[in-house]
Design a protein around this ligand. Structure first.
Ligand code: PGA
Length: 260
């Protein structure tokens, strides 16, 4: 089967503190990547106010810009919200939706469904985060992940399936240093693929990139690709260090899957 081109996304969250520091980080990544062609799709998701400046620093679009969230309405009386057309107008080509830190602040499956619908009305990629808060011995976490995934699938048209990315992010592994084992990640990838196959069909499901997030570092990236068989990463903490982020991109670039 054809190897899926990996996707590596840096989620900067509420970092860094200033536009100056954001430009420095972005340029550090750009310089670190050098002129070498990478067989990897690369994106960073900075805080909203930094997007226009960073777009100017990436004229070739080699590092794509992603947003950390979106609001499904396009205009109107919605204080504090940011719409998809606004994001597109400053160069955003992918949006992270349903991150656990947003769910923890009250974002519901239904709102996430509406956000995903608004994304698929345009030609932007949706990176939908799903993941359990805890693991137990009874496998209840599978039903949590299944419910989160199924609640957005109706918003994903089969004709646009290539722009649908699922980020499996077990909440207990985010920012904690406690990474899921590659075996657990692979098991969850197969489970997610099965749900996608049930909903669409095998051919369409194979086009969805399933990436992993949760304490991804240079030291665990290879095993997560090799044994976890994920199609890339959503990286928080390690994406704030240009060298570490570029090292992970290089690992993904050099990784040759033996079987898929
Ligand atoms: P982390 O964050 O890499 O710092 O664990 C991942 C995420 O929240 O997307």
């Amino acid at each position: 089967m054809k190897h899926t081109r990996p996707l590596i996304v840096g989620n900067w969250k509420l970092n860094p503190a200033t536009i100056g520091a954001a430009k420095k980080l972005f340029l550090g990544i750009r310089t670190g990547l050098g002129r070498k062609r990478h067989e990897v799709d690369i994106a960073v998701a900075p805080p909203f106010p930094f997007l226009p400046e960073l777009e100017r620093l990436s004229p070739s679009g080699r590092i794509s810009l992603a947003a950390q969230d979106v609001f499904f309405e396009t205009t109107g009386a919605h204080t504090g919200e940011v719409s998809l057309p606004m994001l597109k107008s400053v160069g955003v080509s992918a949006v992270i939706v349903g991150h656990s830190e947003r769910r923890a602040r009250g974002e519901s499956d239904h709102e996430i469904y509406k956000d995903v619908s608004s994304i698929f009305n345009s030609n932007v990629t949706a990176i939908v985060c799903i993941g359990e808060t805890t693991r137990d011995d009874n496998g209840n976490y599978f039903s949590v992940v299944e419910a989160q995934l199924r609640s957005v699938l109706r918003a994903v048209p089969k004709s646009k399936i290539k722009r649908f990315v699922v980020a499996y992010e077990p909440v207990w592994a985010i920012g904690t240093g406690a990474v899921a084992t590659p075996e657990d990640v692979y098991e969850m990838k197969l489970f997610i693929q099965k749900i996608l196959t049930d909903h669409f069909d095998r051919k369409a499901a194979a086009k969805v990139r399933i990436i992993y997030g949760g304490s991804v570092k240079k030291k665990n990236a290879k095993a997560l690709l090799e044994q976890g068989k994920v199609d890339g990463f959503l990286i928080g903490g390690a994406s704030l260090k240009a060298k570490e982020f570029v090292d992970i991109i290089t690992i993904a670039n050099d990784y040759e899957p033996t079987s898929v």
